[in-house]
Structure formats: C-alpha cells, structure tokens
Design a protein around this ligand. Structure first.
Ligand SMILES: [Fe+2]
Ligand SMILES: [Fe+2]
Length: 396
C-alpha cells in the first residue's frame, strides 16, 4: 500500500494481514505491516527500511510504481530481516544505491544477507545527508531491540523514523494511529514483548527524542503517529519505575486444586482493593500475559506438579517473564502436588533476572484444605501490606 505523506514523501506500508506469529514466538492478533519510506530531494532520493521477504512482491511493486529515476541511499535503521529483507532486491533494481547504517548494522547485514561490504556507508550521530532541500540526521539508539539500531530524522518536515521502536503490530488500510482506537493496546503489547527488556535504555532514548521537534513518528510496523505525544507519553509511563496496584497470576491447573487457589486469591485480593489479572496459560494469548506484566506490582505463578516439577506451560511462561524482565516488585508461587516434588525451587530458578522480593509460597498436597485457605489469607494480607507500603493501595 503506497500513500503520500507529504509532497515527495511516501510510505510503502506492506500489510501482512494473515501473519499470526512473529519470530515463531509472538502472537499477532491483528497481523502486522512492514513500513518503508521514500523521500525525494532535489538532488538525491532515499529509501528508509524495506520489507520482510514474505512480502517482497507487493513492496517492490509499490516502490517501482513511483518510477524513481534513482535511489541514492537505502537507510537501514535496524538489521532485522523483517525490515532489511528486501535490500538485495532493491540493490538489484538500483545498483548505485548505498546502504546507510551503523557500523554494527553493516556487520549484521553482511552476515544475514551476504550484502557486499563495499555497498555500505556508515553513519554516526555527527553524520548528515543532504538530499537537496531536505536533510537527514541520524541518532544512535542501540538496543531497541538489537544492538545496532538507530533513528533517522528528517529536519525540514520534522519526521522521526524509528523502525521497530514505538511500533505496533497492526495491519490496516489506514496509516495514521489517530484513526484507530486499537493502537494503544497494540503498542503496549509490542512494548511488552519486544522492548520491555530494555526499559532502562529506552528511558535514555526517550530523553533524546524529547530534545527534538517532531511532527510525525514514522515507525516500520503498524500505524504511525501523527500525534507523537500519544505514544511518547504512553512509553514514559510504561518504562517508569512506578508499578500499579495489580497482581498478575499466570497459572495452569490439571485437576482443579491450583484453580481453586487462584479463584480464592483473585476474589480475596479484589475484596481488599487489589486489581487481579489471572491468565490460564493453556488458553491465554501469551501477549496478553506480557501486557499484564508491564504494570503489575506482584506476580503469582500457579502450577500443579507434573512428575517432580512445574507444568511445562508454566515453565514456558516463567522463562518468558524472565526474558522480558517486568518491573514487578514481588513474586511468589502457589500450587499443588500429589506425592512429592520441588516445583517452587524450579520455578524460582527460572526467574533470576526478576528483581523481586519473594513472598511465602503456598503449596498444597492434593485439594486445598481449610488451613491451606488460611495460608492464602496470609498471602493476601502480605500483598495488601506490600502494596500499601509502595503507596499504590489506600485503605484495603
Ligand atoms: Fe526488530
Ligand atoms: Fe520489526
């Protein structure tokens, strides 16, 4: 889909309506798009990012429909193949084009795509490219979400091209986020799954962006931001150290014991004024769980014992939580066993990167009895006290 943003500036938003999984890991309930941009100057033309190889045909069709005499520069803000995947094919069409990127991006592209190294032009924060009437600058922005990432800024129209950063996975016939109410949730899901491990670094990038005058944030996935403060303010809240009065409970139950405990905790916590988000892991979209982990103060992992350890779906969720590193302050484990097991130690061993204080686990033999529910009451009380101490729960 080709649309003009300004005179001489186009977005090529290649929709991937049917894609439902990214990196064979991340659910895409709304599909996604790979956004590239073409900017014409009076002397030079530039392409920013390209497309996933999955959609190379519609991408190249849109690019060629512009009938550009030449492309002088192909700017690659991020080496991941969902944006760089078509550059060898673009080079075949425009053999004089130079690939503009960071030094580390070049190394990765040469490895991933076997692009000849003489095709590259390395840029830093001090570099600028004059297109004739339009100038581009570059902002090093490592770790959103690979080490080589950068942003490109078009000075005259005040457009910031951020590639993955601030993006959202939505396939749409629209291009602007102001036309689509789903964007906040999609962007939060994207942040949770892809950017949250780099929360501290992102704070620095947001501070750098604050120094710029921006009319439009043009990402390379999903809808773009004609009201930049919408996404900047959302990100500032997500990356802040402030947690919300929420408990997230990822769990699995095989014969109902763990589920009874989860329901008891859920109702008890709600009565005390604490928000709860339980996620039954064999039914839940793992992206929903990741979103829940963005703000929650406390994580309770619930599992039955399978042989001697946690249920494999719980292992997967705990491993994933450890990777995406939510800012939760407290965590614990609840669940059940039939004869014996070391489920708690195994789950705790899966989450070393979470900077959490571990609360007392509650593990029951068989179906929970009265004294087990009293232990759950104690856990509820402990969570209420902790949340009050954080200043995120009043009364209770
Ligand atoms: Fe990426
Ligand atoms: Fe991407």
């Amino acid at each position: 889909m080709l649309k003009q943003i300004e005179t001489g500036i186009w977005i090529i938003s290649t929709n991937d309506w049917e894609r439902r999984l990214f990196d064979e890991l991340i659910p895409l309930p709304d599909g996604t798009s790979y956004n590239a941009y073409v900017i014409k100057g009076t002397t030079h033309n530039v392409l920013i990012d390209s497309s996933d190889i999955r959609k190379i045909e519609p991408f190249l069709n849109d690019l060629q429909s512009l009938s550009l005499e030449k492309i002088d520069y192909i700017i690659i803000n991020h080496a991941e193949p969902d944006h760089s995947g078509a550059i060898n094919e673009v080079l075949a069409l425009y053999p004089k084009a130079q690939i503009v990127c960071t030094e580390q991006c070049k190394e990765i592209l040469v490895d991933l795509l076997h692009t000849p190294s003489e095709k590259f032009m390395i840029v830093t924060n001090e570099s600028s490219i004059d297109l004739g009437g339009r100038t581009l600058n570059f902002i090093s922005a490592p770790w959103v979400h690979w080490p080589e990432t950068m942003f490109t800024y078009l000075n005259e129209e005040k457009i910031l091209f951020t590639c993955d950063f601030l993006g959202n996975h939505i396939a749409s016939s629209e291009i602007y986020s102001s036309n689509d109410g789903r964007v906040y949730n999609a962007a939060k899901r994207y942040y949770a799954e892809i950017m949250m491990p780099f929360r501290k670094i992102i704070k620095r990038h947001l501070a750098n962006i604050d120094k710029l005058d921006i009319n439009l944030i043009a990402t390379s996935h999903g809808l773009i931001y004609d009201e930049p403060e919408f996404i900047i303010n959302a990100y500032k809240e997500w990356v802040s150290d402030t947690v919300k009065n929420e408990v997230v409970i990822p769990y699995v139950s095989m014969y109902g014991s763990t589920e009874r405990m989860v329901k008891y905790l859920t109702e008890g916590l709600i009565k005390r004024g604490v928000a709860v988000k339980p996620f039954m892991l064999t039914a839940t979209d793992i992206g929903e769980l990741a979103m829940g982990l963005v703000d929650a103060a406390t994580i309770i992992i619930g599992s039955p014992t399978v042989l001697t350890g946690p249920h494999p779906a719980v292992v997967y969720a705990a491993y994933l939580a450890n990777l995406i590193r939510p800012k939760a302050k407290y965590a614990t484990v609840i669940g059940s066993f039939g004869w014996k097991g070391s489920m708690v130690d195994q789950i705790v061993g899966l989450i070393p990167k979470l900077k959490v204080e571990l609360l007392n686990p509650v593990i029951v033999k068989g179906k929970p009895r009265e004294d087990d529910f009293r232990k759950l009451d104690q856990l509820i009380e402990e969570i209420v006290v902790k949340h009050k101490h954080l200043g995120i729960l009043e009364g209770g």
